[in-house]
Each structure stands twice: as structure tokens, then as C-alpha cells.
Design a protein around this ligand. Sequence first.
Ligand code: SF4
Length: 241
Amino acid sequence: MVGWICRREQTKKAGGTSRELGHRGEKLMGRELSWYWAQQAERAIKALHERGMEASFQADPDVACEYILSRIGPGEIVGFGGSVTLVELGVLEALRRMDVILLDRAKKNITPAEKHELEERASKADVFLSGINALTADGRLVFLDCYGNRVASILHGPARVLLVAGANKIEPTLERALWRVKEVAAPMNAHRLNRGTPCAVTGVCQDCRHEARVCNYTVIIEHAPRPGRFEVVLVGASLGL
Ligand code: SF4
């Protein structure tokens, strides 16, 4: 986490005393946050193992990206669901350059028909990648989906599912995780996608009946029906929405 902040800061650093003081403060905060997230992740990983899921923690986002890519073999068919986390980590950009068959539903100038076809094929890919909207300290995964293609592939699709989340997505209880997906993830996603829903305007969920509602499906994974199908990678950084 600290290294990541430092690299980001180095790229935009323009000098100046207050800026440097702020940078030192950020490093100190980053160190404590790194420690805190590592503790939360350790607890969640133990719980995820008990629920039949593979799980690991990578403190550094760059190392996390390399690790995720190392889990995908040459020539494999790779599908993915919409995920700010995967974009932020650089996973999607790296996959576009790798020797894999990427079902790239996020490529530029894609038509709705092409996108739909790629999403259909993703359910039969070798491996499926997705972010996680929230997870609980006791190992439950919570997803919010608009059309359902992402959760469909996660629940009953490829034999291997790689799920990635920043440690900021770990919540102490299921109640808090459900709160997070409705009151944090959904409004930011609706705003990002210009959906025009009430939450996209006010930042607060109003349980709308809007035609462009982003939160049509809420899914909780409590246990892996097939051991090892789900692999969760937790990252020591604030990632995604
Ligand atoms: S129900 Fe409507 S207002 Fe609430 S989060 Fe979903 S899209 Fe936004």
C-alpha cells in the first residue's frame, strides 16, 4: 500500500513544503491502514477457507495484478464482469496484451449485440474474473448486478472464478455489507454510468423503480458448492466502488 501511494505520488509530485508534509502524513496513514487491512484480510481469508474458497492477500496492488495474471494460462479463454477494481489494478489492460482469448466486453466502440454475445460466451470461458461489491469478515461475498450476466457466470459458469477486492470492501457484518452495496457501490456506479436514477443525483438510495436501476440483483455467496472453484484475492488498497 505504502509503495503504491509513493509511486502514485511520485508521478504527480510538483514540490512545495505543504505538499511534502502532506505526503509524509499520507505515508504514515498508509502504513497504519496497510496494517489494519492486513489484519482484516487475514480474518476474512480464514473464514473464506472455511467456506470452501481459495483466498489470499496481496499487500501491494502491483504484485496483486501480477499474481492474478499468473493464475491464467496461455491460450485460455477469459471472461470478466464489469469491475472498476480490475481496471484500476491494470489487469484488463495487461490481459489485452497477453496470449489469451479475452472476451473483451469493455473494448472501445463495442455494439450492444457484440457485448451481449461476449457475455454469453463468458459463461463458458476457462476462467471468469470479477470484482466483489462487499464481503463480510466471516467470509460471505455480496454482489449487486444490473443485468445478471456477471452473477450468472460467477454462480454457474466457468470452472474457475477469480474474485478480486480491495480490503476496503471488507465489512464486519452482513448487514453492513448489504448497506455498502446499496448505499455506496450502487450510487457511485449509477453516477459513473450516467443512469439518471435518484441515487445518481443525490448519492442516496431511494429504492427506486427507475427503468435504468443498477441494482436489480443482490446475490450472497455463503459457501462454495465445489471446493476450490472460487479463488478470492484481497488487496491491501482501496479499490473499486
Ligand atoms: S434502487 Fe434505485 S436509487 Fe436505490 S441504489 Fe438502486 S438504482 Fe439507486
